[in-house]
Ligand binder design. Structure first.
Ligand code: SF4
Ligand code: SF4
Length: 62
C-alpha cells in the first residue's frame, strides 16, 4: 500500500502530473495540482514524482 503527499507550496502549476496518474487521484484546479481522491489509493508508480519539476510529490510505502 502506498500513500502520496503533495506539497502545494512547492507546486508551480505546470499541470504536468494529473493526466499521468494511473490511479486518477490527481487533478489540476486551474492553479495547482490537487489530490482529489484518497491519497492511499496511490499505486506507487512514482510517475508524478518523476514528472514534477518542483519536487512537490512524496510517495511512501505504508
Ligand atoms: S505515484 Fe503514481 S499512482 Fe501515486 S499519485 Fe503519483 S502518479 Fe498517481
Ligand atoms: S507536476 Fe508538480 S509543479 Fe506541475 S502541476 Fe504537478 S505538482 Fe505542480
Amino acid at each position: 500500500m502506498y500513500m502520496v503527499t503533495l506539497n502545494e507550496e512547492k507546486c508551480t502549476g505546470c499541470d504536468s502530473c494529473a493526466a499521468g496518474c494511473p490511479a486518477q487521484i490527481l487533478a489540476f484546479d486551474g492553479e495547482h495540482a490537487v489530490i482529489k481522491g484518497d491519497p492511499c489509493d496511490c499505486m506507487g508508480c512514482e510517475a508524478c514524482v518523476m514528472v514534477c519539476p518542483a519536487g512537490a510529490f512524496t510517495v511512501q510505502e505504508l
